[in-house]
Design a protein around this ligand. Structure first.
Ligand code: UDP
Length: 239
């Protein structure tokens, strides 16, 4: 299966639908980035981060911001929520009990997330669970390596999770890595995802911002600036 990517702000974004993306990455293995406007904006300041995204094996458009950006450039590509994509991976890997590592979130949250997922996929094999507030990276990397995880879910928030994946993938070069932000909080039942109507309308960010007002400064001015930059890209091309 070949990648079909389009350019957005200097990044290659995959145009696969969910099933194609799932098929592609389970065959290819490697790193998955679920990209959003905040990450695109961060990459402009941090070239190591930008390089990580550009070297990823799959870059899926997570969130309405990226979908709108792509639409401005004339690409009709639907967003794939990172949390949903990760869940599909968990489902697929659990069918054959392939080992999955859960790294991230506050103590007990990853355990609760794995337990809840196991209620849906009873052959889920959680080979390694570690909260996201560790100091000793080397210990976690070593334990992860020994666990032999084939799917590694990293929920440390961005860009921490991407920098961690960059090191972790050296430990397990044949595994799949995905950074999934606050997904363990949702799977554990401690945080609720926005009601479906918000998700359908692409307003999940609005719901999360109202629930957690400190997110406001993460979205503004990043989101409007991102849209302006994409309009500039459309008119003048990419740099
Ligand atoms: N987190 C963590 N270690 C840290 C900082 C954050 O494990 O040092 C976790 C945090 O508990 C939360 C997730 O990372 O579960 C970040 O969630 P957020 O919703 O902010 O993710 P984003 O919006 O960045 O995808």
């Amino acid at each position: 299966m070949e990648r079909k990517t389009v350019k957005l702000q200097g990044y290659n974004i995959d145009s696969f639908n969910l099933n194609e993306a799932l098929e592609y990455i389970t065959e290819k293995r490697g790193t998955i980035v679920t990209i959003n406007p905040e990450m695109i904006s961060y990459g402009k300041k941090n070239s190591e981060f930008a390089a990580f995204v550009n070297n990823a094996d799959l870059v899926i458009p997570d969130g309405i911001g990226v979908e709108i950006g792509l639409k401005i450039l004339g690409h009709n590509i639907r967003r794939i929520a990172g949390i949903e994509f990760a869940k599909e991976l968990v489902k697929k890997f659990s069918e054959t009990s392939r080992p999955i590592a859960f790294i991230g979130a506050k103590p007990q949250i990853a355990e609760m997330a794995a337990d809840n997922l196991r209620k849906e996929y009873n052959t889920l094999n959680a080979c390694y669970i570690q909260n996201g507030y560790f100091k000793d990276d080397e210990r976690v990397l070593e334990e992860l390596k020994l666990s032999g995880a084939e799917l590694v879910l990293i929920a440390l928030g961005s860009p921490k999770q991407e920098f961690f994946i960059q090191r972790a993938k050296e430990m397990l070069p044949k595994s799949i890595f995905i950074g999934i932000g606050g997904s363990f909080d949702v799977w554990s039942g401690t945080v609720k995802r926005a009601p479906e109507i918000y998700q359908k309308l692409g307003l999940e960010w609005l719901y999360r911002t109202v629930k957690e007002p400190k997110r406001f400064k993460r979205i503004f001015p990043t989101l409007p600036l991102f849209v302006i930059n994409v309009i500039i890209e459309k008119i003048f091309g990419d740099k």
